[in-house]
Write a protein that binds this ligand. Structure first.
Ligand code: DGL
Length: 276
């Protein structure tokens, strides 16, 4: 761990798109005194059906950008990028603390009463070694039923959080899960908490949804303690949201979902790595 990480530096948070905003919200709620830079790599969204090497390359270039901004800690607010690149990032940047995501199978397996748990995540997350290892370690005694919700990330990116197409994708995923007897659903993609109300409407009040964002923010706090990285408490942190894609689209999304702020653009090829 490098001694030159500064407590006054920002936290870097990234995702392929708007999904990581669900994590960002929790981090800024738990640490209002911190400066945060959020980067949505919307030039490349969705990551979920891309090659592992591509996701690793994007993640490395985003990390290098955050380091240039003086980041003291990086949150990979994307299950897909964590599955594809977290190990690689930790190896390549040993001086920076990373917080990554994995589907919250452990708390689901510990609390399910029916013994059947539904997991919603992207194809790439299900294919990754991280997921197999989570399943092997924590889900030996429960039945998991999985669905990659093809097309859901794209609908959420469009801001379609409750329309017909979004509902159809979710019903196709959730109805077989209900038949299989689930009482718990793991939201294994950071985009999915945006459709929490619709999922609840489909599965009803008795099925519990697990969103790992609060636990991820608590993990940020643990690393702050370990490395002495928390900023002064009596200040108000700044929040900067950037996209490699269309600024207007992201700004509209932010305003429609209650962030009440506009995004800035950041271009691949100029400020970030080579153009892809
Ligand atoms: N938000 C992402 C995740 O947590 C990735 C979605 C995608 O780009 O496919 O997996």
């Amino acid at each position: 761990m490098a001694d030159d990480l500064k407590r006054t530096g920002p936290i870097g948070v990234f995702d392929s798109g708007v999904g990581g905003l669900t994590v960002l919200k929790e981090i800024s709620r738990q640490f209002p005194n911190e400066d945060i830079i959020y980067l949505a790599d919307q030039a490349h969204v969705p990551y979920g059906n891309r090659e592992l090497e591509d996701i690793q390359r994007f993640s490395v270039e985003i990390t290098e950008y955050f380091i240039r901004q003086g980041a003291k800690l990086i949150v990979v607010a994307c299950n897909t990028a964590s599955a594809a690149a977290l190990y690689h990032l930790r190896e390549k940047f040993p001086d920076i603390p990373f917080v990554g995501m994995e589907p919250a199978v452990k708390p689901a397996a510990e609390t399910t009463e029916s013994g059947v748990v539904g997991v919603l995540a992207t194809h790439a997350t299900f294919q990754g070694e991280l997921y197999s290892s989570v399943v092997e370690r924590f889900a030996k005694d429960v039945k998991l039923t999985q669905d990659p919700c093809i097309g859901l990330v794209a609908e959420i990116e469009k801001g379609n959080l409750g329309g017909a197409e979004t509902r159809k994708i979710l019903e196709n995923a959730l109805k077989p899960m209900m038949k299989a007897g689930i009482d718990t659903i793991v939201l294994g993609c950071t985009h999915y908490p945006f459709v929490f109300p619709l999922i609840k409407e489909i599965v009803g009040p008795d099925v519990r949804l697990i969103d790992p964002s609060p636990a991820i923010a608590r993990q940020v706090g643990r690393l702050f303690e370990i490395y002495g990285l928390e900023n002064e408490l009596d200040r108000i942190g700044s929040l900067s949201i950037k996209t490699t894609g269309d600024i207007k689209k992201l700004s509209d999304f932010l305003i429609n979902t209650g962030f009440e702020m506009k995004a800035n653009s950041l271009k691949w090829g100029e400020e970030l790595g080579a153009d892809n």
